[in-house]
Design a protein around this ligand. Structure first.
Ligand code: ADP
Ligand code: MG
Length: 691
């Protein structure tokens, strides 16, 4: 290890590869690449240890591509990866690097993809196969995968394959590959079990260890927030709102269920968020990753396994919403940001009882993690003001204002107003969906400003904003934690508006989600989302709190369909009893979730836009016994189905990006934003078109 290698040409890579690398934009080899490529070019076995994000893929892909025999159609290189996503990513990387190699074919094979398709692709021939161990075994057993011409095997993310229980499969595959092949094993960590495999299956491996996590971690700013007083969702909202560098985030939670729940809640707050977990089918998982890449999604709520290896450069933030179980998982998680030399930010939520893990993480990454406090209301407000100002200035520079100027003049002339009088009104309108003066809803202000030393200990699930008119039960704990100022019943609809609870004939058995009900009422009844109060879902019906609806409107709404059901809306009689009861047939979604009702699981929609759920709030909190639980349907699918038939073309199902200029750090949580957008959003907004 004398001089650092400063170019790929120095590594004696051939012209077509160098050309491809130049196009991809790699200038210098990363340390693991510089160290591994010469050995692999020589044909030696390699045991490589380096953190995620250090460029391991190219470290093996480039030299192995160099060693391919172009005349041979049978598979020559087999890469085993722990997940489907990674298989696809690695295959894509091969494809990129091999762009100028003739007749090159790489094929990802993984469970969940159609066997028929894979068999056909395999029979066409590919020099490089990238697959998950299970599916590779399947093909070897069927003899649809022929390893007789194999020259090299790569075990990528070996520690993760170990953790996922693939070791036996991997060893089985190694035993079925020609003994003459070259083997490279890469891993972020080197537990004993991996060493054992290396010694058993590798021939005099050259060991390459790239020290510590520094190359990844230095580009990642790590911070933590001590969970106290404010629930995690509110905290997240506040933190992200003032983050200057926010582009996209991966948010880690511990369970599959939690991915769905949190994604729903974020969506209800206006974020372009979706879940990704191991229960989603392959297509859905690929799609959400694509959507994240393309910018149609800004947040993925993920489990460790599902996010494994995701490489999307625009991910600016990793949020450890639930603390990871071990330090390795933490390192893998934060490796999802700071990709390709960019800056990234990792934020960790640490409950008081989790401080031990925080210290362990600091020791493992050999870096202190800085504690942050939540942005105050003033912080958020001044951030919004600054943003709005900037957007106004930008609009003046970027747009032709002639047309708007004329409209303004006309407005002024007709109403005998000066432009100075009109301008504030325009500002008011521009900020309406994301008010400059932040309301309390969804931010947990009061609690945050309560002094920490008041003696009251909050945990992450403590205070929720009060529910509508205090009509239903609250847990004693909830009351106790609620700060006094919020105790007064909230004026839900403003003075003078009488409210009524309505019953509609669509419920959980139909698979309905609160947002669909809001969407339908807003779209077809023209009801301002702000006026839509609490929604309770029951098995085959739901209740919604609304202002008293005039008879004609009621008539229209009766025929409105949600999830294929005419909702038949009618006022709930005084004292009318409605019991939760099980109804058959229930949809698959509910069926597979055990005894959900028994756990007080009514979903609520409250105050127009903030989705609430009567289950406990945090995802890792005590009292939740459900762990990685299966079979949650991909949520996107559900919302898409809704979006297609219920919304005017071109109207998004989420609030507009605030003020419509740059991609904002986030889309707002303002009460009623979504439904309002749903039916007023068709009109172009003044400064929207630039994007
Ligand atoms: P690992 O497998 O170690 O986690 P990857 O192979 O996925 O890392 O690479 C991480 C990111 O760095 C990818 O976006 C990749 O395109 C990029 N990258 C890899 N090598 C280089 C290089 N030499 N120069 C610039 N970027 C690179
Ligand atoms: Mg990798």
């Amino acid at each position: 290890m004398s001089d650092p290698v400063s170019s790929f040409a120095e590594l004696k890579l051939s012209t077509p590869i160098l050309q491809a690398l130049a196009e991809v934009g790699y200038e210098t080899p990363s340390p693991i690449q510089a160290a591994c490529i010469p050995h692999l070019l020589e044909g030696a076995d390699i045991l490589g240890e380096a953190q995620t994000g250090t460029g391991k893929t190219a470290a093996f892909a480039l030299p192995l591509l160099e060693r391919l025999d172009p005349a041979e159609r049978r598979p020559q290189v087999l890469v085993l990866t722990p997940t489907r996503e990674l298989a696809i990513q690695v295959a894509e990387a091969f494809q990129k690097y091999a762009r100028y190699l003739r007749d090159f074919h790489v094929l990802p094979i993984y469970g969940g993809q159609s066997m028929v398709v894979q068999l056909r692709q395999l029979s066409r021939g590919a020099q490089v196969i990238v697959g998950t161990p299970g599916r590779v075994m399947d093909h070897l057993e069927r003899e649809s995968l022929d390893l007789s011409a194999l020259r090299a095997i790569v075990l990528d993310e070996a520690d993760e394959m170990l953790r996922m229980g693939f070791v036996d499969d991997v060893e089985w595959i190694l035993d079925h590959a020609p003994a003459s092949r070259q083997t490279a094993l890469f891993s972020a960590t080197m537990p004993d079990a991996i060493r054992r495999i290396a010694h058993q299956h590798l021939k005099e491996p050259r060991e390459v260890k790239i020290k510590t996590a520094t190359s990844t971690v230095q580009t990642i700013t790590q911070r933590y927030w001590q969970v106290r007083g404010v629930n995690k969702l509110d905290a997240l909202t506040r933190i992200l709102e003032v983050e200057e560098s926010f582009d996209a985030a991966i948010i880690f939670v511990r369970t599959k269920i939690a991915t769905e729940e949190l994604a729903d809640k974020l969506e209800a707050r206006g974020y372009a968020a979706a879940a990704i977990n191991g229960d989603m089918n392959q297509g859905m998982r690929e799609r959400v990753i694509e959507q994240l890449k393309a910018g149609t999604l800004d947040m993925l709520v993920a489990t460790d396994v599902a996010a494994r290896g995701i490489d999307v450069p625009r991910v600016s933030h990793v949020i450890n919403y639930d603390i990871p179980y071990d330090t390795e998982a933490y390192v893998h998680r934060i490796g999802r940001t700071g990709r390709a030399g960019r800056q990234g930010t990792a934020i960790l939520f640490v409950a008081p009882r989790e401080r031990g893990m925080l210290r362990a993480i600091e020791r493992a990454t050999r870096q202190p993690i800085e504690q942050i406090s939540l942005p105050t209301r003033e912080d958020v407000e001044s951030h919004r003001i600054a943003q709005l100002r900037q957007q106004v200035v930008d609009a003046i520079e970027a747009e032709d204002m002639q047309y708007f100027s004329e409209v303004l003049q006309q407005l002024a002339a007709e109403n005998d107003l000066s432009p100075e009088e009109i301008a504030p009104a325009l500002l008011y309108l521009a900020q309406k969906e994301r008010p400059l003066q932040v309301e309390e809803q969804g931010y947990g202000w009061d609690v945050a400003t309560a002094p920490a030393e008041s003696g009251k200990r909050f945990d992450e699930r403590a205070p929720r904003a009060p529910r509508f008119e205090g009509r239903e039960e609250r847990s004693p704990r909830h009351d106790e934690a609620r700060p006094p100022r919020e105790r007064a019943p909230r004026q839900e609809f403003g003075p003078g508006i009488k409210t009524q609870r309505y019953r509609i004939e669509v419920g959980r058995a139909h698979g309905v989600m609160p947002k669909e009900i809001v969407g339908a009422l807003a779209n077809e009844g023209g009801i301002d989302g702000k006026l839509i109060g609490q929604i309770d879902l029951f098995d085959d019906f739901s209740t919604v709190d609304l202002p008293e609806l005039p008879a004609p409107l009621l008539g229209v709404l009766k025929r409105t369909r949600v999830r294929g059901q005419a909702i038949q809306i009618r006022p709930l009689e005084e004292g009318e009893r409605y019991e939760k009861r099980r109804s058959a047939p229930r949809d698959a979604y509910e069926d597979r979730r055990p005894a959900r009702e028994e756990r007080a699981p009514r979903k609520r929609w409250e105050g127009g836009s903030t989705y609430r759920d009567s289950r406990s709030f945090g995802t890792g909190g005590e009292g939740r016994t459900r762990s990685e639980e299966g079979d949650v349907p991909p949520k996107r699918q559900r919302t898409e189905a809704f979006g297609d038939d219920r919304r005017p073309r071109g109207v998004s199902d989420r609030p507009r990006k605030p003020f419509g200029s740059e991609r904002p750090a986030f889309a707002p949580d303002t009460r009623g934003t979504r439904p309002k957008t749903a039916f007023s959003g068709a009109k172009p907004k003044p400064y929207d078109k630039k994007r």
